[in-house]
Ligand binder design. Structure first.
Ligand code: HEC
Ligand code: HEC
Ligand code: HEC
Ligand code: HEC
Ligand code: HEC
Ligand code: HEC
Length: 498
């Protein structure tokens, strides 16, 4: 028989390599075609097709090369092979048993290693792995996540999404993260925003449709001041959350920004994207409007393209899952729902203070909170301390829980380091652009009108007097500030930028 290839190719190692390689190649082609024609994107298939089987292909190819190399050396040394295939005499029971064992073993081993790497892959995708393996590092994110509206959406749903491309990217950055944890090189807090986060199109928008926002959402808040009586007031407002398809009603509203007809891009000048000097709106007909912050000395030339971002869900909903609550809001909520007794003098201010003190460990914080509040009543209101012992005790427990849920001193994680962009009172949020200072060349201003995003339909002031107007009321600030509120952003007084 005439041989197709040179003699040295016909050695057992090269032939085994060729078998492994062609088998893998066949499988890859088969799976690739399957993946191509299947309508659903499937990460698992991708992993098999593009990672696991190709590694066998590479092993096969290496074997081929090694076999040839070895054979050539033998040739040089004058060792000549008679027959080019190993002879296995299947009539010999011993050899037969060995052959069957070896073949079955190889097949099983291949199957198991494929299955094993598949399982290992699956495990790296679980919330347990993402949230707890690097326990202390991810504790803030994981704790907040478990308490969020998305606690049943896996980490992967928002951080990776489907498709092999993003899987591989995430594992590469994941490998770096493992390294930084092992060698204690991670920063505290973990930097935010996540620079390489996948655009919302591949994550949020797999469950939420950007064009389907309509109507208004009613929200109610109860506020308490820092005075002895914890003076209470109330607000009800309708948030204009529309902005989607015209057939669902008005296309005006907050979700106008993500209506597929508009593209908004912006330049940020700080790492946290809190300072935004330049914004471009491109409408469906291609018309571009550029807004610039008139108070900033902005020159586009000084910015690289890395600082330009196209707005999506995450520019407002940056905390859909890892929410670190602002202490005033949290204590208001607990007072309003009677979990903390609102008749305890100064309880609002003392609780917020206790939460906001600087602590180095959680244990120290919890101990101090208890001590501080007890001491306060013992020293200033001994009668209250006696008659309301139980109320004080249960309030302390609630405040400690708020601390454990929202402050993580080890990782420096709290509401100030992870500002929520969804509002404008305690963090810059909407007013990064809607501060009344962003103007286009033809004089258009990004609206700062208090009625453009919501309308206040009722407000109860500190004296208990309620005003109602379904067309929208002027906001009455809970404490009289004189004219100064007109010329300030809420954050000038309510945010502590750290
Ligand atoms: C509902 C979507 C969603 C889910 C589910 C989710 N995340 Fe996030 N995660 C985000 C967004 C959005 C950000 C911040 C993005 C930004 O501002 O760039 C973020 C940020 C982070 C950060 C960076 C620090 C920070 O808080 O900004 C870490 C770490 C993180 N997530 C880990 C996890 C882990 C671990 C899980 C699962 C236990 C998880 N995430 C689940 C949406 C999600
Ligand atoms: C796997 C599906 C899924 C993904 C991915 C997802 N969400 Fe959600 N989201 C939901 C569901 C379901 C709810 C309703 C939860 C509820 O009311 O308990 C929800 C609720 C919300 C809410 C309302 C929360 C509230 O307080 O009422 C917001 C805002 C939101 N999602 C934004 C996002 C953003 C931003 C992302 C991407 C970072 C995202 N979602 C990713 C399924 C998802
Ligand atoms: C990156 C800048 C930016 C941020 C951040 C931002 N907006 Fe806007 N917003 C714009 C621009 C630009 C317009 C269009 C202004 C115009 O054309 O007059 C706009 C328009 C609007 C409109 C009017 C939409 C319509 O129907 O015409 C509403 C409502 C609105 N924004 C609400 C919000 C809210 C609420 C937030 C915070 C959660 C927010 N915006 C954050 C840039 C921003
Ligand atoms: C301009 C800022 C902005 C952008 C961009 C934005 N949202 Fe919102 N969204 C808001 C605000 C503000 C609310 C109301 C906040 C609240 O409920 O307290 C809201 C509410 C929601 C709700 C709850 C609606 C309800 O009926 O309760 C969901 C879900 C949601 N957004 C998802 C998304 C998704 C998905 C995207 C991206 C396609 C997105 N949002 C983009 C500002 C924004
Ligand atoms: C660009 C849109 C936008 C503009 C302009 C705007 N707001 Fe808001 N406002 C919001 C959003 C979004 C929230 C968050 C609602 C929530 O907590 O779910 C909010 C919340 C509030 C709240 C409740 C505060 C809290 O966090 O308890 C008050 C009060 C308020 N706004 C007053 C005002 C006043 C006064 C003005 C005018 C100076 C104004 N807003 C302008 C979007 C806007
Ligand atoms: C000039 C400083 C200043 C500005 C600007 C300002 N506030 Fe206040 N605000 C205060 C002070 C001081 C208090 C009283 C705090 C206390 O008693 O605990 C207060 C109290 C509040 C409270 C009740 C306390 C709480 O947090 O529950 C709310 C709500 C509030 N402000 C919302 C706003 C909003 C919304 C804006 C922007 C439209 C704003 N403030 C602008 C200084 C300011």
């Amino acid at each position: 028989m005439k041989k197709l290839f040179p003699q040295y190719v016909y050695n057992p190692i090269t032939l085994t390599g060729a078998a492994v390689a062609s088998l893998s190649f066949g499988l890859i082609v088969f799976l690739f075609v399957l993946d191509f024609f299947s309508t659903q994107e499937n990460t698992y298939m991708g992993i098999l097709t593009y990672i696991i089987i190709p590694s066998f292909l590479i092993i096969g190819l290496l074997l081929i090369a090694y076999g040839i190399f070895r054979e050539k050396r033998r040739e040089v040394r004058g060792i000549v092979r008679g027959s080019y295939l190993p002879v296995i005499d299947l009539n010999d029971p011993k050899k037969r048993a060995m052959f069957v064992t070896f073949s079955l073993g190889t097949i099983l081993l291949l199957l198991f290693s494929a299955f094993g790497s598949f399982k290992a892959y699956e495990y790296t995708e679980t919330d347990e792995f993402c949230g707890t393996v690097c326990h202390k590092v991810m504790e803030p994110e994981y704790t907040a996540y478990l308490d969020s509206p998305h606690s049943r959406v896996g980490c992967v749903g928002c951080h990776i999404g489907s498709g092999t491309n993003w899987y591989v990217k995430s594992k590469i950055s994941g490998a770096y993260q493992v390294y930084s944890v092992l060698f204690n090189k991670y920063s505290r807090p973990i930097p935010t925003p996540v620079e390489a986060l996948r655009p919302a199109e591949g994550t949020c928008e797999q469950c939420h449709t950007p064009a389907l926002f309509y109507n208004e959402k009613k929200i109610d808040y109860t506020y308490y001041l820092s005075d002895e009586q914890n003076t209470k007031s109330n607000i009800s407002m309708l948030l204009k959350i529309g902005g989607g398809k015209s057939e669902l009603g008005s296309i005006e509203g907050i979700h106008w920004h993500v209506n597929p007809d508009n593209v908004i891009s912006y330049i940020y000048s700080d790492k946290r994207r809190l300072v935004i000097p330049w914004i471009k709106v491109t409408s469906k007909d291609g018309k571009e409007t550029i807004f610039k912050d008139k108070t900033a000395n902005f020159d586009k030339k000084n910015f690289s393209s890395e600082n330009i971002r196209t707005m999506d869900c995450i520019d407002c909903h940056n905390r859909p899952s890892h929410i670190y609550h602002q202490p005033d809001k949290m204590i208001n909520e607990m007072l309003a729902t009677n979990k903390i007794d609102e008749t305890l003098p100064f309880i609002k201010s003392i609780s917020v203070e206790a939460l906001e003190d600087n602590y180095t460990t959680k244990e120290q914080a919890l101990e101090n909170i208890k001590q501080k509040i007890n001491d306060f009543y013992l020293a200033n209101y001994p009668d209250v301390y006696k008659t309301k012992k139980n109320e004080i005790k249960s309030s302390i427990e609630i405040i400690k829980n708020i601390y454990s849920r929202n402050y993580f001193p080890y990782m420096n994680a709290n509401w100030k380091h992870f500002p929520d962009n969804i509002a404008h009172t305690y963090t810059p949020g909407c007013f990064r652009c809607h501060d009344g200072n962003h103007v286009s060349d033809d004089g258009k201003v990004i609206s700062n009108d208090c009625n453009s995003c919501h309308k206040i339909i009722s407000q109860t002031d500190n004296a208990g007097v309620t005003r109602v107007d379904l067309n929208g009321l002027k906001f009455q600030h809970p404490v009289e500030l004189g004219e100064s509120i007109e010329n300030h952003l809420c954050t000038d007084c309510h945010w502590k930028n750290e």
